[in-house]
Design a protein around this ligand. Structure first.
Ligand code: HEC
Length: 196
C-alpha cells in the first residue's frame, strides 16, 4: 500500500513538474509582444506610405497599378528581413494569396464577432503560441479597418472610378474586396514566427 501511495505521489509530482515546465516555455514575453506589435505597425505604415505617396503623385489609377505590382513583393521582403512570416488577410480578399489559413480564419471570425458587438477597436490584437506539425509558432493578429480613402479601391461602384475598375477587373478577375464602407473590418495583419 505504502509503495502504491508513494508511486502515485511520484507520478503526480512528475506530471506537475512537466506541466509546469511546459507552461513556462509557453509564456509570451513582453519582448515578444513588443516585437510583434512593432513589426505589424512598421509593415502597415510602409504599405500605407507607398499607397498614399502614389495616390498623391499620380492619382488612384496610378496607385492601383503600383500596389498590385509591389504589395506582394514588399510583403515577402518585409518578412524575410525580419525572420517572420507576415501578410494581410481577408475573407473578402482581392489577391488570392491573401485568404486566411485555418488559424487566421478562426481569429478573424472572432474579430468579426467582436466588431458586430461593438467590441473591436484599433487597440485590439491577438497573440498566442500555437503548435503546428511539431513546431511552435508565435502567432499575432491585428484588425485592419476601412477608412474613407480606401473606398477609392474597395468601395461600391459609386466610389470606384471606371478607370480604376478596369485595372482591378483585369488584374483580379475574382476580386472580392469591394463594397466596403468606412469603419468596416477589412481583414487583419497576421504574423507567424517559428519559436522552436
Ligand atoms: C489605389 C487603390 C487602393 C487603395 C486606395 C487601397 N487599396 Fe487595398 N488593395 C489594393 C490592391 C490592388 C490590393 C491587392 C494587392 C495585391 O495584389 O497584393 C489591395 C489589397 C488590400 C488588402 C489585402 C487583402 C486582399 O484583399 O488581398 C488589404 C487588407 C487592403 N488592401 C486594405 C486597404 C485599406 C485598409 C485601405 C485604406 C487605407 C486600402 N486598402 C486602400 C488597392 C487599394
Amino acid at each position: 500500500m505504502r509503495t502504491i501511495i508513494l508511486t502515485l505521489l511520484g507520478v503526480t509530482a512528475l506530471i506537475f513538474v512537466s506541466c509546469k515546465g511546459d507552461n513556462k516555455t509557453d509564456k509570451i514575453t513582453d519582448a515578444q509582444k513588443q516585437e510583434m506589435r512593432k513589426s505589424a505597425k512598421e509593415f502597415m505604415t510602409q504599405l500605407k506610405g507607398i499607397l498614399f505617396r502614389e495616390m498623391k503623385a499620380g492619382g488612384v489609377q496610378n496607385a492601383v497599378a503600383v500596389c498590385s505590382d509591389t504589395a506582394q513583393v514588399l510583403t515577402n521582403n518585409f518578412g524575410l528581413q525580419r525572420g517572420i512570416y507576415i501578410r494581410r488577410i481577408s475573407f473578402k480578399n482581392r489577391n488570392k494569396n491573401d485568404y486566411p489559413d485555418e488559424y487566421e480564419s478562426k481569429v478573424l471570425q472572432q474579430f468579426k464577432q467582436m466588431q458586430s458587438e461593438g467590441k473591436l477597436s484599433k487597440q485590439s490584437e491577438r497573440i498566442e503560441i500555437v503548435k503546428e506539425n511539431d513546431h511552435k509558432y508565435l502567432r499575432y493578429m491585428k484588425p485592419i479597418f476601412v477608412g474613407t480613402a480606401c473606398l477609392n479601391c474597395h468601395g461600391s461602384d459609386r466610389d470606384i472610378s471606371s478607370a480604376v475598375k478596369n485595372i482591378l477587373t483585369e488584374k483580379y478577375p475574382d476580386d472580392k474586396a469591394v463594397n466596403y464602407k468606412a469603419g468596416d473590418l477589412r481583414g487583419a495583419v497576421s504574423i507567424k514566427k517559428l519559436i522552436n
